[in-house]
Ligand binder design. Structure first.
Ligand code: S3P
Length: 161
């Protein structure tokens, strides 16, 4: 079936919906942030502070390239920042679903913890705006009102699961 890749801004629900999909379709799920944390043996906040964003983005790119076929992939919100990652998302074996959630909703769900850099609301909103066309460019489909049934029917229409 290839991969189902979930993209979207921080706190739009990528991990939550990916887990639900993985349980429901009985397909393994990979969380890109978790692969990086395991490989680096430190938190994302530490990686950003100690090495800078460019280093993190390199690790993100490597993690994507390491994925097997036939899985659900939950990406980090910034995956679309790098051109090689955008090209990877557009590969024919990836069915990329954009969870398109308004900024205010993402912001209200956003918990700043070890896995996110500390950013102001203004900066986050700028990032959200900047990334909208990038998510659109990479997505095979955009979902605004997300339910498990809708996700599954979208995938089944595209892939033989
Ligand atoms: C980032 C989003 C985070 C994580 C890192 C950078 C971003 O993932 O990859 O903190 O630049 O949007 P979530 O989207 O799961 O929060």
């Amino acid at each position: 079936m290839g991969r189902v890749v979930i993209i979207g801004f921080m706190a739009c629900g990528k991990s939550w919906w990916s887990k639900k999909l993985s349980e429901s379709l009985q397909i393994p799920m990979y969380e890109i942030d978790d692969i990086i944390i395991e490989t680096e043996n430190r938190t994302i906040r530490e990686i950003f502070t100690e090495e800078g964003e460019a280093y993190f983005r390199n690790q993100e790119e490597k993690a994507l390239q390491s994925l097997p076929l036939d899985c659900i992939v939950s990406t980090g919100g910034g995956v679309v920042e790098r051109e090689p990652n955008r090209n990877w998302l557009k590969k024919p074996e990836n069915f990329t679903i954009w969870l398109s959630v308004p900024f205010q909703q993402c912001y209200s769900q956003l918990v700043v913890g070890d896995n996110r850099p500390q950013l102001t609301r203004k900066k986050l909103e700028e990032m959200w705006r900047f990334r909208q066309p990038l998510y659109r460019e990479c997505a095979d489909t955009e979902l605004q009102l997300i339910t498990l049934d809708k996700l599954i029917s979208t995938i089944k229409r595209r892939k033989h699961v």
